[in-house]
Structure formats: C-alpha cells, structure tokens
Design a protein around this ligand. Structure first.
Ligand code: UDP
Length: 247
C-alpha cells in the first residue's frame, strides 16, 4: 500500500482503504500511535525535503503521506510505481469530519483568518451536528502565543487537530509540537477552512477529474502562479534521485 519516493513512503492504496485506516485509528483503538496525514503535493514535499525545521517530518512514524496533486501522481507513474489514484486532502478532511460526526469525536480547528475560521466552523457544525468543536484559534499568531495555543489544545484533548496555515507553516507547527500535543490525528489542511467558510470554491468536477484543479486555482488566485514552479522542480529532483539509484 506504500511506494518509496525519494527518502520516504507515499500511500498508494485506494481512498476507501485509507478511510478504513483512519476509522480504525480514530474509533477502534487500532493503534496507540498518533497519525499525521500529510497532503503530499509537490510544494509540501519540496518544503519538507528542503527546510531544516522540517527535518525528519516525512519519515516520522506517525506520518502518512497521501498522493495529493497531479504532479506527484504523474511522477509516481513515470517511475513505474503502483499508484491507485490521486487523493485530495480536502476529500480526506471531509471523510474525517464524517467519521467524527458518526462517533461524536472532538475536533480542534487551528488556522485561517478569524472571520473564515468562524464561518467554517459554523458551516461544519450545521452539516455535522454530532461533532464536538473543542477549541479553535486563527492562524495569525505571534511566536509568543504558541505555548498558549499548545496548552489550549492539550486542555481540550481533541481527537483530531486540523491545521490550516498553508505550507510550510502548518507542517512546521505539527512537526514541532506533535510529541507534546494530546491528540490522535493531525492533518495540515491548507486553505480548506476558506473553502468550508464559502469564501473560495473548489474547481468544477470536470476539471478535478481531468487533473486540472491547479489551473482553476491559478486562474482564480493569480498569486499562486509563482508556487507552480514547485511542480517541475519536484519532478526533476525526484527523477534525478531515482536515476542515481536511490529509490
Ligand atoms: N494562513 C494562516 N496563517 C498564516 C498564513 C496563512 O492561517 O500565517 C492561512 C490562510 O488564511 C489560508 C491558509 O492558511 O486559509 C493557506 O491556504 P493556501 O490556499 O495557501 O493553502 P493550500 O490549500 O494551497 O495548501
């Protein structure tokens, strides 16, 4: 169910099997370990490979990297790895919300602007009425406030912590505090709170199915153009790594 890419493993099984794994983790005490779901798109993977503050993040025992992004799926195919499907982080977040709703679990929401965070929580609670929102904080805080936030999360004892602060800020936060934090499942969810707030829309299904979601986002939010460069950089770097016989 996993394939090696560069120095780390990527989950290549189906979305359905992944949902079962998460359900077992959260509900059936399947494993004492924490689970950290990483949306493996080129930007997140490249940041995690390059930044000192993310040293070891991708090969932590808690980490499960999903193939999020056409760049990663294409690369796995080029390298003749056995990949089932692209799995979008936002779709897994939705599945986690469903599992939490079915089992009355607690969620802490960290990230986005105060306005979008409040709207997102309101909309999520309307849709999933059994979820217990045990705490939240916007994603624009100073370093001095971090320990208060860590304490707040630990007091709330969430089953799930969603961190929506964009990459690499969300991965750095999780990498630094995962050992200290008293929760079972961690997930960096990028701009997902803005989507749940209704302030941003996902691409139409036809574009998602054609692997063109990135194009929709770039057209609607042109500041993303710069970030696209991570796709070829990541692909070339990984192919190089592969050709040197390392993966
Ligand atoms: N954000 C934040 N704190 C910061 C910078 C960004 O909470 O210091 C939030 C921002 O408000 C947005 C999200 O992080 O909700 C970043 O979303 P982006 O669309 O960049 O992530 P992607 O979905 O592309 O991974």
């Amino acid at each position: 169910m996993y394939e090696k890419l560069n120095d780390y493993e990527i989950y290549v099984g189906s979305k359905c099997d992944l949902i079962l794994i998460i359900d077992k983790y959260l509900c059936k005490n399947f494993n004492e370990n924490k689970l950290n779901i990483v949306s493996g798109n080129p930007e997140v993977l490249l940041n995690s490979e390059n930044l000192e503050s993310l040293n070891g993040f991708l090969d932590r025992k808690e980490t499960l990297i999903i193939p999020d992004g056409v760049g990663v799926v294409l690369l796995l195919k080029i390298l003749k790895k056995n990949i089932t499907q692209k799995i979008a982080g936002i779709e897994i977040m939705e599945e986690v919300l469903k599992i939490c709703d079915n089992n009355n679990l607690k969620i802490y929401f960290l990230g986005a602007t105060e306005g979008n965070l409040n709207l997102a929580i309101k909309n999520i609670q309307l849709k999933y009425q059994n979820i217990k929102v045990c705490g939240y904080n916007d994603g624009y805080f100073d370093n001095e406030k971090v320990q208060d936030i860590v304490l707040d999360i630990n007091r709330a004892k969430p089953d799930v912590l969603f961190v929506a602060m964009g990459s690499p800020r969300q991965e750095i936060f999780i990498n630094k505090y995962i050992d200290e934090l008293n929760c079972r499942l961690f997930m960096g969810v990028g701009g997902s709170f803005d989507l749940y707030a209704g302030q941003v829309k996902r691409a139409p299904n036809v574009m998602i199915n054609l692997g063109l979601e990135w194009l929709y986002r770039v057209v609607n939010e042109p500041f993303r153009t710069k970030r696209l460069s991570s796709i070829p950089k990541f692909i070339f770097r990984s192919i190089n790594y592969h050709l040197k016989g390392k993966s």
